[in-house]
Every structure is written in structure tokens, then in C-alpha cells.
Design a protein around this ligand. Sequence first.
Ligand SMILES: *Cc1c(COP(=O)(O)O)cnc(C)c1O
Length: 404
Amino acid sequence: MKSPIYMDNNATTPVDPRVLDAMLPYFKEKFGNAASRNHEFGWVAEEGVEKAREQVAKAINASPKEIVWTSGATESNNIAIKGIASMYREQGNHIITQVIEHKAVIDPAKFLEQTGCHVTFLPVDKDGRVSAEQVREAMTDKTVLVSIMHANNEIGTINPIKEIGKLCKEKGVIFHTDACQTFAKVPIDVEDMGIDLLSCSGHKIYGPKGVGALYVRRKRPRVRCEPVLHGGGHERGMRSGTLNVPGIVGMGKAAELCFDNMAEETKFVGGLRDRLKDKLFSQLDEIFLNGHATERIPNNLNISFLYVEGESLMMGFSDVAVSSGSACTSASLEPSYVLKALGLGDDLAHSSIRFSLGRFTTQQEVDYVAERVVTAVKRLREMSPLYEMAQEGVDLSKVQWAHH
Ligand SMILES: *Cc1c(COP(=O)(O)O)cnc(C)c1O
């Protein structure tokens, strides 16, 4: 078993060797500019780009013409949110999103607020879900865009995207979803789900970093987006700039590998995740699952270990790479805004750890990590007077602490 162990696949995934192999020729002999229309070098590069467009489109039942290449999901989200708000300004200036979106949706929405847009940030329930009913109630005749993520990156909860999409279709409102954590891993059908715009990223699917895509619906309705970058008019004018050909080829290959093996991978990764979960829950008391119990992506396990502090816990097994609920906005020790939005108190939010498994996780690693975590939690709790008091039956919420 190799050390350190990687269990942070919701943050990024390693590049699959098959993806790297597909990319390499495009760094070497196939180096052409895909926009060079008058020679072989350009045609070869363009061929690679168009094949990748088909591979990405296929994973969401879209047409290749509807795929716009970007530098990643942050950019895709920016184009979708700012591009739609600006293009449809005449029709209305109201946008609906929710409080536990990725910052790459929240921050563009907040930016729009400064420019006079009205943004509704819907609350989520204790599992991190938004309902179509909530979206319906928030809609006004000025609503031009609804942006609700497919699955949350911290807690893994999946939203009822199809119901929300259906509602948006009914009301004639454009619907965007950030599908970084589900693209090519969970079934997505933009037709069936009523999705008009969808963001995804290469590095969450065992592809390279710095490449992503935005699906933009071309008919029923034809959606138009004001560009964020102005330049040569590439990508139907929605995203200018010379294409990152090796990255795009890699993302296409990565999407194909995920999509073609979706059922097997879901079973494999989900099985390992459940094994880890069972091992932890059978050996430790006072631990709590964050996010929805069943409506969640197969590779994510987010747990709060009451009476221990997430950062200290992580130091207790420093040969395992995971994320803690307080470290997400790395520099600060603010507990995660996602966990707070679920209604968790500071104690539970500060004691949370996200384990995210992947294609290259092994059962041996899962067993090792479970043992390391159990040992570390028990050791920290032995030193915790609060845990001791709770074990003795003291109701900590009723304790009158002395103030100095
Ligand atoms: C990773 C992630 C992003 C950002 O994607 P980049 O390609 O790194 O810009 C956005 N949203 C979600 C849900 C993510 O998981």
C-alpha cells in the first residue's frame, strides 16, 4: 500500500493513465491550433477537439454543437450566470440560487447583486436539499435564471434536478446546474431533466486541470449567453481564446471512460464508501452523517465526530488526505458555510471530515483508513473532558459554565 493515501477525490482526481496517453500526442506532433483552417496541423487538432466534444455531449445526451470549452467549471459557472443575466436583462433582473452552491456560483451571483440584480439565495433542508416547491415560490415575473447544483461537493447531497428543470420549462425560465460532481458519474439527460445550461470540469473526472465545459441548449429554447471573454469569437462567440487542445482531448477521453463504466464504478466506489461508513459507525459512538442518507453521490462520506476537532483529528492520521469542515476556506478556521446552512452547530461543523473515494481507492486503503480514524478519534476523546462528562450522563447543553 502506497502512502500517503488519497481520499479527497471531491477536491480533485488523479489523471487516469489512459487519459494521459490520449493527451500526449497533442503536446507533441499534433500541436496545431484548432482554429487554423488552412492546413493539416489545424485539421488534426480540430479533429481531436471535435471528438472530445462528442464524448462530453454523449455523457449528458446533448448535441456536440451545444458544448462550449472553458478553462474549468469556475469559468463555466461565470459564463452561465453573468452571461445569462446580461443577455436577458431586458426581460428581468431576478435570479434564484441557493446557499450551499460552490463559491463559483455564489460569488458571481453576489457580483451581480452589486450591479442591480436581485438574487434569491434559497435555504436548504437539514440534508442540504432544495425543493422544486421552494423554487416555484421564489419565482417572479422578473426571474430569468435558476441555478441549482446537481450534487454538493462537500456533503454529496443530490438535488431534485428533474423536478426543478420541469418547473423552469413550465415557467419559461432558464435553468443552469453546476454538475461538477456528477457529470459522467451519475445519469444526466439534459432533455429529460429540462437543463438549459450545465457546468462540468475535467479534473473531477480523472482528466486534467484547467479545462471544463459549459453545455448551452440550442433549441427549445435557443439559449444565448453574453461572453465573459471577448476576442476571436471562438466557441460560437461564447468563449474566445485559442483552445487548450491537449486538455480538451483529455477531458473528452475522461468523460468517455467515466460514462462507459458508470454502473460498475458506482457499484465499486459506492461499495467501498459504504464499507468505510459501516466500519466507522460500528466502532464509534456520537458520530453523525452529514448530507442525505441515500440521495448522495456514491463516493462521498462526510461525518461529524462529536467531541473532537476536525483539524486535530486530521493531524492524527496525517498519512491520509481528506478535507475537514473547517479547512474548506483553507486560511480561516471558520466552520464550513455548507455545514452551517444544514443547521449544524459550531461543535458539529468543526468536527467534520469529508472522505471522498475514487477509481483508484482500494479496499485495503479503506480498511487502513477506518482503523486510523477509529484510533485517532478514541485517543482524542480520551483527552476530552466534554466527552467524559457526556459519557457520565451530563447534559452539556444545560451546564452553567463559569464566566471570568
Ligand atoms: C470543483 C468544483 C467547481 C470548480 O471547478 P474548477 O474546474 O476547479 O474551476 C465548481 N463547482 C463544483 C460543485 C465543484 O465541485
